[in-house]
Design a protein around this ligand. Structure first.
Ligand code: FE
Ligand code: CA
Length: 170
C-alpha cells in the first residue's frame, strides 16, 4: 500500500498522462487540418506514448493495491494559432508534466517508498527525453516557419518518425 498522500498523487498522475495524450491529440488534429501530415504523425506517436505511460501507472497502482481514482480528463486546447503554437503548447505541457512528476517523486521519497521512487525514476528520465525532443521540434519549426517550402520539407522529415519500442519489445 502507498501512503494516503502518495496514493492520491499516483491517481492524479494517471489522469495527467491521459490529459497529455489529449494535448497531443488536439495538436495532431489541428496539424492534420493544416495538411501537415508528418507533424500530425509525430504527434499521434506521442499520443500512443502517453497512453502507454497511463497504462504503466494503471498496472503499478493496482500491483501495489493502490486506490485508482478515475476523474474527469480536462479538455485540451480547441485550436492553435499556428503550427508553431501547437508545438509550443506541447512543450509547455511537457514542462508542466515534468514539474508534476518531480513533485510526485518528492512525495514518494518523503513517504520513504523506495519501490515507488524506483518506479518513478523511469518517468523522471523519460521527461528529459520528452522535453528535449519537443524543444528540438519547436526550434526546427522556428527555423522554417516563414518558408512554406522548408515547412513542407520538415513535414516530410517528421513523417519518418518511428514508434519507440515498448519495454516488452525492446
Ligand atoms: Fe507522459
Ligand atoms: Ca518519449
Amino acid at each position: 500500500m502507498f501512503s494516503k498522500k502518495l496514493d492520491a498523487a499516483m491517481s492524479k498522475q494517471f489522469n495527467m498522462e491521459l490529459y497529455s495524450s489529449y494535448v497531443y491529440l488536439a495538436a495532431a488534429s489541428y496539424l492534420n487540418s493544416k495538411n501537415l501530415e508528418g507533424f500530425a504523425h509525430w504527434m499521434n506517436l506521442q499520443v500512443q506514448e502517453e497512453l502507454q505511460h497511463a497504462a504503466k501507472f494503471y498496472h503499478y497502482i493496482l500491483e501495489r493495491d493502490g486506490n485508482l481514482v478515475l476523474t474527469d480528463v480536462k479538455a485540451p486546447p480547441k485550436t492553435f494559432k499556428s503550427p508553431l503554437a501547437a508545438c509550443e503548447a506541447a512543450l509547455a505541457h511537457e514542462r508542466k508534466n515534468t514539474k508534476q512528476i518531480n513533485g510526485l517523486m518528492d512525495i514518494a521519497i518523503a513517504a520513504k517508498d523506495h519501490a515507488c521512487a524506483a518506479f518513478l525514476q523511469w518517468f523522471v528520465d523519460e521527461q528529459v527525453e520528452e522535453e528535449a525532443q519537443t524543444s528540438q521540434l519547436v526550434e526546427n519549426v522556428k527555423m522554417v516557419q516563414d518558408s512554406g517550402g522548408a515547412l513542407f520539407m520538415l513535414d516530410r522529415e517528421l513523417a519518418k518518425r518511428q514508434p519507440t519500442p515498448t519495454a516488452e519489445e525492446a
